[in-house]
Write a protein that binds this ligand. Sequence first.
Ligand code: MG
Length: 166
Amino acid sequence: MSSEKFLVLDVDETLLNIEPLFFLEKFKKNYKDYAGKLIFDKYYLSPRPGVGEFIREAKKHFKLIAFSVVSKEITIRKLKALNILDNFIKIYGKEDLQNGKKSLKKIADDLNVDINNITAIDDIPESFLEQEKIIKIKSWFIGDGREDDALMAVFKDLEPNIKVFS
Ligand SMILES: [Mg+2]
């Protein structure tokens, strides 16, 4: 078994936020102040502040995996639209849920790695079967702070793990 370390990242409201245009135009009129782009015809997709820096740093220590409760195909299109898809070694989606939940054990089995070498960050830890092992991050939505630094803050919390394991 490999001793490489893996970091599983939730997608929606952890790395990005996507909302229908009609919703933004009605309730978050300043949405164009947020970096982002139109996607799927009538949606606006915006990266969480700091996502690029976070991914660059995280990749120095972990192989990155994305896990969304949305379909794998849609997830790939969202990550591609933000030019961050190539950073992930594997993308999991709705099709991979186990009884409606994400699973670290499934990932460990698929990759043939020790589950203890897998860490995950999610704004909804309860979406995992192993919710007690998941690092919670505050959900981020368009309209929230453009100075949000929660991703890098979480990364600093991970550093003790990095040192222990490496
Ligand atoms: Mg989420």
